[in-house]
Design a protein around this ligand. Structure first.
Ligand code: ADP
Ligand code: MG
Length: 701
């Protein structure tokens, strides 16, 4: 078969007209034969059994029954109508019910003809009923491909309403197998197939869609998962290799005056071992001739800022400029002030550039940047504007990378003729093995140690009914001179409601903590940024004792005197967000507390999240739980990894296969970096098609 055959637009498949092609594209993203082939079933149903109506049991699983529709009627109900069919076999009668798609059913169902219906049954009183059954004429059913297990394909309401049932999907896939005679180009080398005892591509594809038995299904799944992860790894690894070879970096060979002066005279504390190790790793990178692209992971409060500063000093020592980009103005401000304080009297020119810096103030910044007089520029997205030109940018530090898109990273690259070294800092803990695979094209450093003397934060879960006690506790803490955060959720989908919650909450806090004894700040996304900054600044200076806020404070804000973090409607936050929020306290010498407030009604997942938070302060442990609960798709920072588009593998559940795939990808590239060996031709051809597919690989590093 011509390998390009599978790239044929789906509209050319027999049984797919323009309408169905449009639907397949909009609902399932299927555009080509290959996309359909890779639209793997979600699950399978064993249909070797047929049930009689008098054998049905309450809430029995999906079953198939042979019988006839003898009557159809429409029943009005509170909302809309339902279509009800009386369905009988020789042992009794039951109902089939549709809430949608009535027209199609009425036009297509044949009365008094034997059908096979399939679906889940429910009992209402003495009557069994099956909603939206799959139906097939018995004659068609018997003539069809005899398969032991039936594939259940992904579907959507729209597809269902348009009559694109599971049966139709399976038929289309069958059609594809007919046209290709079930022969598909092999994508792995013979040696891989042998060594890993993998079944062939054609056998795997057949058994993933129409498994002959459980054993073959398992083999097909393994083979396809391996293949998928293998090609992801191959892509990531070769990208990294190309970068290391082709993209010359700016060698920072000197450890010079600035770095040494800072280290010997101004370092305010002893570095932790983890910080020392990471600085060494980064220095090795910067000193080599390759461009650095490094992810620096460290839990909140692990001390990433000072690492960034020391790297920036290295850049300056080698005659380069550096920039530090943060996701919010508040954070950029804090970084700017923090760095200035750390640098103290040192002769380093540093400026702040954010959206709210006035035009008149920008001009001199631009000029000093272009002349090279300015050493470090701190800011927000404003740093990416075209007007911002450096004399020679050597290092770009990006804080909290998940807030930045890929396009923005690429803009940074082009701020210099030779791309600057890039250090991405994130406090989103990603389990190590996962990070290795997700960011296969980045190097990774981990600060896995907190500065000494930190008291672990005490975390408790309290129900809303105990709010008064919580308020009393806050009053005691304030009496001791501490400051308090109260955070409300602000989730985009329900912004208006959330906003109301926040304002209601604020009012009740104001009532409970009246002026002049108490001063309260409020910060939320709808405020102008100067108002936000003003309120934030009051809290930072200690002029207000309570900060009521939405999650705008989530990232990076540093107020060491704040000792209590109260999270309202905590059940609505994800684990990593809860952990980030908690990281706002526990930054000073005092014992800190995190109080998770919720109502009584909690889902099982919410309970697990709360229990996890109460149990541990370890960001990596929390990330593991988070990953198990949510899957990698939702994990912050994974969006641009390409792994979201996985068709069959699951990087959490299939972690072992992933490691295997990575191992073999490394091996292959070591032996045959350009995939020139004829034995690797299948791999090369598959790879070439994948790379062309911008939808999957259209991200840059
Ligand atoms: P994050 O990794 O969350 O960005 P920061 O860099 O803001 O953490 O550091 C958190 C706090 O810990 C800061 O107040 C910083 O001065 C302090 N800190 C960092 N490293 C050390 C250290 N080695 N010893 C003591 N305190 C440290
Ligand atoms: Mg930070």
């Amino acid at each position: 078969m011509n390998p390009n055959f599978l790239q044929t637009p789906i509209v050319y498949l027999k049984g797919v007209g323009p309408n169905r092609a449009d639907l397949l594209k909009s609902e399932l993203g299927i555009e080509t034969f290959n996309d359909l082939l890779q639209c793997y079933p979600n699950r399978y149903i064993d249909k070797t059994q047929y049930y009689k109506i008098n054998q049905l049991q309450d809430s029995s699983a999906d079953v198939q029954i042979v019988g006839k529709v003898i009557h159809l009627k429409t029943v009005e109900q509170k909302r809309g109508k339902r279509l009800v069919a009386k369905f009988i076999d020789e042992t009794g009668e039951m109902e089939l019910v549709w809430f949608r798609g009535h027209k199609w059913i009425r036009e297509n169902i044949k009365l008094n003809e034997p059908y096979v219906v399939f679906g889940r049954v429910n009992r209402y009183g003495a009557t069994f009923s099956m909603a939206h059954p799959e139906m097939e004429l018995l004659s068609v059913h018997e003539a069809g491909l005899k398969i032991a297990m039936q594939p259940i394909y992904p579907s959507t309401e729209k597809l269902g309403n348009a009559g694109m049932t599971n049966r139709v999907m399976a038929k289309l896939v069958q059609q594809l197998f007919n046209e290709t005679k079930g022969q598909f180009p092999e994508s792995l080398s013979g040696s891989l197939l042998n060594e890993l005892k993998l079944i062939s591509k054609s056998e795997a594809l057949f058994n993933i869609h129409f498994p002959n038995n459980q054993d073959l299904l398992a083999k097909a799944q393994f083979r396809l998962k391996f293949e998928e992860l293998f090609f992801v790894q191959l892509q990531l690894l070769s990208k990294k290799a190309i970068r290391k070879q082709k993209i010359k970096g700016l060698p920072f060979t000197e450890v010079g005056e600035k770095f040494n002066t800072f280290f010997s005279k101004h370092l305010p504390f002893e570095l932790t071992n983890a910080q020392k190790r990471v600085i060494k790793e980064i220095r090795n990178d910067l000193g080599s001739s390759a461009q650095m692209n490094r992810l620096l992971q460290g839990d909140v409060g692990s001390g990433k800022t000072i690492v960034a500063l020391m790297c920036m000093l290295l850049a300056i020592d080698n005659g380069f400029q550096a920039c530090l980009m943060a996701p919010t103005e508040i954070l950029a401000n804090q970084h700017y002030n923090g760095l200035k304080e750390l640098l103290g009297p040192m002769d380093v020119n540093i400026e702040l550039l954010t959206g709210s810096v006035k035009k008149s103030a920008r001009k001199p910044i631009h000029e000093r940047l272009e002349s090279g007089e300015l050493h470090i520029l701190v800011g927000t997205h404003a740093l990416l504007e075209d007007k911002v030109q450096y004399k020679n940018l050597g290092l770009a530090v990006i804080d909290e990378q998940h807030r930045f898109g890929v396009a923005q990273r690429s803009k940074l690259w082009h701020k210099n003729q030779v791309p600057p070294h890039i250090l991405v800092m994130t406090a989103t803990p990603i389990p190590r093995t996962l990070a290795m695979s997700l960011y296969g094209d980045l190097d990774i450093s981990v600060i896995d140690e907190l500065p000494p003397g930190r008291k672990p934060i005490t975390t408790v879960h309290r129900f809303d009914a105990n709010r008064l006690k919580v308020f009393r506790f806050i009053k005691d803490e304030i009496k001791k001179g501490r400051q308090i955060y109260i955070v409300y959720p602000l989730i985009q989908e329900s912004e208006a409601l959330d906003y109301k919650d926040l304002m209601d909450g604020y009012e009740s806090v104001v009532r409970e903590f009246p002026m002049p004894d108490y001063q309260i700040s409020i910060v939320h996304g709808k405020m102008k940024s100067e108002d936000k900054d003003y309120e934030m600044a009051r809290f930072v200076k200690g002029e207000t004792q309570i900060m009521v806020a939405t999650t705008v404070i989530e990232v990076g804000v540093n107020v060491p005197n704040a000792s209590v973090m109260i999270i309202e409607s905590a059940e609505r936050f994800g684990l990593s967000q809860l952990h980030q929020l908690r990281g706002r306290v526990g930054r000073g010498a005092e014992q800190s507390f995190c109080i998770l407030m919720t109502g009584h009604k909690l889902s099982a997942d919410a309970k697990t999240r709360l229990e996890t938070m109460v149990r541990t302060n370890d960001g990596f442990e929390i990330a593991e739980v988070d990953l198990k609960l949510r899957g990698p798709g939702d994990l912050m920072g994974t969006q641009q990894s390409g792994l979201l588009n996985l068709k069959i593998a699951d990087i959490v559940k299939d972690n072992q296969i992933l490691k295997t795939a990575r191992f073999y990808a490394i091996q292959l590239l070591k032996m045959d970096p350009k995939l020139e060996d004829p034995a690797n031709l299948p791999i090369r051809q598959t790879y070439a098609i994948l790379v062309k597919d911008k939808a999957i690989w259209g991200y840059i590093s």
